[in-house]
Design a protein around this ligand. Structure first.
Ligand code: R1P
Ligand code: URA
Length: 294
């Protein structure tokens, strides 16, 4: 970081055959060029990053600064990073912007926890997000109110495939990304009356599946840069039923979600290889469907 607060540009590197201008060691992440993989699994909880590190075959880098905890390593020959951002859209913005200074064209997969808004959703179910309601204001500093926060199609497909292969129960649809856990998610705490008490029911009626806090910033900033991003979250609360996951169930449920995230990252690499050999720019059904080919 330069004295005027701007991120200073660094030097050029050859990444996947392309010359890329790389930044220097980043202020919050404490990572420099070459220390973060091009596929980054983002988690909120630093403890989740520590617990998920054993899913790598080999870890070559560990870095801890504030709530930002990073592991970079390999799984089945693919380089991946697992990066904890801490809670909230503002933290996610810091992590994403700094990650983009030291990578070329990264793909982000958020592996989070959430509160379900529909009564039929069970604790431990997964939610693969297709798009996020922008209830936070961090993204407003970059894109206007009508700008959509959509997950990248390929990341969504990889997450669905991973959940299917691992036999996880999952839902697919819209997420609401709030700027807080209590007031912004309509949770009344004694002594703190809400200004918008009906927000939970209102979103549920509009077929929104869950509440979390980071995806809308992730998707809108990724779209702004032309990057791929997606989210899978495990349900820790069911808001209409008023239930919350038991402490002893949190880690095993989180584990399934992490495994889905890791597998989705590997599947995306496989999809990219298939695209490259077919000369296709995007993943498309004809890459794997043989029927009715023209
Ligand atoms: C709130 O408890 C936190 O949990 C969810 C929310 O998005 C928020 O960050 O995600 P993580 O478990 O990934 O932090
Ligand atoms: N994370 C959230 O943001 N909300 C919940 O209800 C549970 C986890």
């Amino acid at each position: 970081m330069a004295a005027n607060g701007k991120l200073r540009r660094g030097f050029c590197l050859l990444v996947r055959g392309k010359v890329v201008l790389m930044g220097e060691r980043q202020y919050h992440l404490a990572l420099g060029p070459g220390e973060l993989a091009e596929t980054v699994l983002l988690v909120g909880d630093p403890g989740r990053a520590e617990r998920g590190a054993d899913l790598f075959d080999e870890v070559r880098l560990e870095r801890r600064q504030r709530e930002f905890v990073t592991f970079t390593g390999t799984k089945e020959g693919r380089e991946l990073s697992l990066l904890a951002t801490g809670i909230g859209p503002d933290n996610l913005e810091i992590a994403l912007l700094e990650a983009c200074q030291i990578t070329s064209s990264p793909t982000f997969i958020r592996v989070g926890t959430c509160g379900a808004l529909q009564p039929e959703m069970e604790l431990g179910d997964l939610v693969v997000t297709t798009g996020a309601v922008r209830l936070e204001d961090t993204s407003l500093w970059f894109v206007p109110p009508g700008y959509p926060a959509v997950a990248h199609l390929e990341v969504v497909l990889a997450l669905v495939e991973a959940a299917e292969r691992l036999g996880a129960r999952y839902h697919l649809g819209l997420t609401a990304s709030a700027s807080g856990f209590y007031g912004a998610q309509g949770r009344e705490v004694p002594g703190f009356p809400l200004r918008q008490p009906g927000i939970q029911e209102d979103l549920a009626r509009r077929n929104v599946l869950n509440f979390e806090m980071e995806s809308s910033v992730l998707f809108s900033l990724a779209a702004l840069r032309g990057l791929r991003a997606g989210t899978v979250c495990v349900v820790y609360a069911n808001r209409p039923r008023g239930t919350f996951v038991a402490p002893e169930d949190k880690i095993p449920l989180e584990r399934t979600c992490l495994k889905v995230g890791f597998l989705a990252a590997l599947l995306l690499a496989e999809m990219d290889a298939v695209k490259a050999s077919a000369g296709a720019r995007f993943w498309q059904p004809s890459l794997c469907l043989n029927s009715r080919k023209a």
